[in-house]
Design a protein around this ligand. Structure first.
Ligand SMILES: Cc1cc2nc3c(=O)[nH]c(=O)nc-3n(C[C@H](O)[C@H](O)[C@H](O)COP(=O)(O)O)c2cc1C
Length: 165
């Protein structure tokens, strides 16, 4: 198995160190070569600056109280908002493939990432803030890791696989 698939983890503790913007663009290059239904490439990305990042984090705390996801968003140098350009049936699957490509390339470079679905809860707020009219699908936090988590538990293959004759 590819070592990036085995070694990728959700990282929830980061240093405040910066990352070069070119490196983030390289990760997005990995994202945009993902497969997509009819090759329609429905993903759109917004890199948000510190001001917007902090407002998003504050809003999450306002809604849910202090939480790890909000803390991650505040600490990392980069937050990527991931959007869906229209509502074709398979778009979310294609966008999931693009996000995984980004996470795996980040793993390959020793960078930490966190896939943040919880951003959906404040979609309206983010829309006001960022002024983008596409559907918000997820966010990806990217930064320098300050932890090396052990792998989280998974079901065994036998628990998720059914044979039919
Ligand atoms: C669609 C999706 C949404 C997620 N949203 C969040 C989130 O909002 N906050 C968070 O801390 N982790 C989030 N995660 C990360 C999962 O909790 C994590 O992938 C899972 O617990 C397995 O851990 P691992 O990624 O380290 O293998 C999300 C993952 C996926 C695939």
């Amino acid at each position: 198995m590819l070592k990036e698939i085995q070694n990728r983890r959700s990282i929830r503790n980061y240093l405040t160190d910066e990352i070069k913007k070119e490196e983030v663009l390289d990760l997005l290059q990995a994202g945009i070569i993902a497969p997509s239904a009819k090759n329609n490439q429905p993903w759109r990305f917004v890199i948000v600056s510190k001001g917007i990042k902090n407002k998003i984090s504050d809003k999450m705390v306002e809604l849910a109280g202090p939480n790890k996801t909000a803390e991650v968003i505040k600490t990392v140098p980069y937050l990527i908002l991931v959007y869906n350009k229209d509502n074709e049936y398979f778009n979310h699957l294609s966008i999931g493939a693009a996000i995984e490509n980004i996470l795996l390339e980040a793993t390959n470079r020793g960078l930490g990432t966190l896939w943040i679905g919880y951003i959906k809860k404040i979609e309206d707020y983010v829309k006001e803030l960022v002024d983008i009219d596409y559907e918000l699908v997820s966010a990806i936090a990217i930064g320098i890791k300050n932890e090396e988590p052990i792998s989280r538990p998974r079901l065994n293959l036998e628990e998720v696989l059914i044979y039919r004759d």
